[in-house]
Design a binder for this molecule. Structure first.
Ligand SMILES: [Fe+2]
Length: 414
């Protein structure tokens, strides 16, 4: 069993200039995967996509049963203005269409931001040969070939092969009663203390606005540096055994984030909408890492439980929202104190806003060990500072197709 879907090495990433990208790289991808991508473009009814690089421009369009790259923008319905280095990142899955919008590296001149983002699965078909998801293409089965019971919960005493099978098929896992109430109470106290100590705009936290207009800290970054109780949890074999769950050589976590989910948040990244953790890009280099939520308090329908879309980790579908045509049903993972939720980095998931009472959760990640021969250079886009700056990302996304936003687009901003 495996959830390792990687098909690219960090060490092989190229810095493509406009001519190399448009004259060599994209045409080569069309030779390899043009028909597969064209099928996805037709299935999703996407309009021709223009790239305006300033010095050069070109349009990706359907031509019979494959794609073609036309000079200029005469046939483009969606036009994205971006620097050559941003196109280089896009075609090599360093950043997705959404990732470029989130970092203000693209401006949508014609068409909409939504159309631009909806191109992502077809681009992945073109550049990595991953078929665009079509309704009915995924069946989730138990080891006997019957439909998988997607409401199944596990305990640490259950058969680990069955858990690995469930994880591989469905892309998530719910483990009950892993940690005790006292252990979770100690972690909860440390989250409270950390958040109470946060001062305005402290970059060690993500900040949100509540209904009263106040700024509240909702996520304590690098929480392992602030809590001995959570360090003990991270090192505990009731958690660390997950590194061996799917046989993919995941690495036990060294960092985590402590979250509070307050009531009445009106703006900010407290309750994230449907997304994949690779939704900003890098799927081909990182999936599937395993993200683990440790329920410091329980989470139910009225306290903001985690939602997942079983099977979506096997679907090349938009990773920064839920495609309205996606036929995979969602599940709400209602947890008790001490439960774990585990999901693949390519599984669509979301946090629902709490409506009756707040909750607390710690998130951590088991990453895949680097592939043989790979070398991962520090990436400023995924640095500690970049994680901190995500707190204002909603403004930048909105700015990507808002003509009046002064933070709309900054050429060559890295
Ligand atoms: Fe996530």
């Amino acid at each position: 069993m495996s959830v390792d879907q990687r098909c690219r090495l960090h060490a092989e990433t190229l810095a493509l200039d406009a001519d190399t990208a448009l004259d060599d790289y994209v045409p080569a991808a069309i030779v390899d995967h043009g028909e597969l991508a064209a099928r996805g473009v037709a299935y999703k009814q996407l309009s021709a996509l223009g790239f305006d690089l300033g010095e050069r421009s070109a349009t990706l369009a359907v031509d019979g049963d494959t794609l073609t790259l036309l000079d200029g923008l005469d046939h483009a319905a969606v036009v994205a203005e971006l620097a050559p280095d941003a196109l280089s990142d896009l075609v090599q899955d360093r950043q997705s269409t959404m990732g470029l919008a989130m970092t203000a590296r693209v401006k949508i001149r014609d068409g909409s931001l939504d159309e631009w983002i909806r191109w992502e699965p077809a681009l992945r078909a073109l550049f990595e040969g991953r078929p665009v998801y079509e309704s009915g293409a995924i069946a989730m089965l138990d080891p006997d070939g019957a439909p998988l019971d997607l409401d199944r919960r596990f305990t640490l005493d259950d058969d680990r092969d069955e858990m690995a099978h469930f994880m591989t098929e469905a892309g998530f896992l719910h483990l009950t009663g892993v940690f005790g109430p006292d252990e979770m109470a100690a972690v909860g106290t440390d989250i409270d203390d950390s958040v109470a100590a946060a001062r305005d705009a402290d970059p060690e936290y993500w900040w949100c606005t509540d209904a009263a207009g106040d700024q509240v800290a909702v996520r304590s970054l690098n929480f392992q540096e602030k809590s001995a109780a959570v360090r003990a949890v991270l090192a505990d074999e009731r958690l660390t055994w997950l590194a061996d769950l799917t046989g993919d050589d995941h690495v036990p976590p060294e960092t985590c984030e402590g979250l509070v989910k307050p009531l009445d948040i009106v703006q900010g990244l407290s309750d994230l909408p449907w997304h994949k953790d690779c939704g900003q890009g890098l799927h081909s280099y990182m999936c599937n890492n395993l993200t683990v939520g440790i329920s410091v308090t329980g989470a139910d329908r009225v306290s903001g439980a985690l939602g997942v879309i079983p099977g979506s980790h096997r679907a090349n579908t938009v990773g920064s929202m839920r495609d309205k045509d996606l036929d995979l049903p969602s599940r709400l993972l209602e947890t008790a104190t001490g439960d774990l939720t585990v999901h693949c980095s390519d599984t669509l998931h979301r946090a629902y806003p709490p409506s009756a009472h707040p909750r607390k959760v710690v998130y951590t990640s088991f990453r895949l060990a680097p592939q043989a021969g790979d070398r991962i250079a520090p990436n400023p886009r995924y640095s500690r500072e970049a994680r901190s700056e995500l707190t204002s990302v909603q403004d930048r996304i909105a700015a990507a197709d808002n003509l009046d936003a002064d933070n709309r687009y900054v050429p060559h901003n890295g």
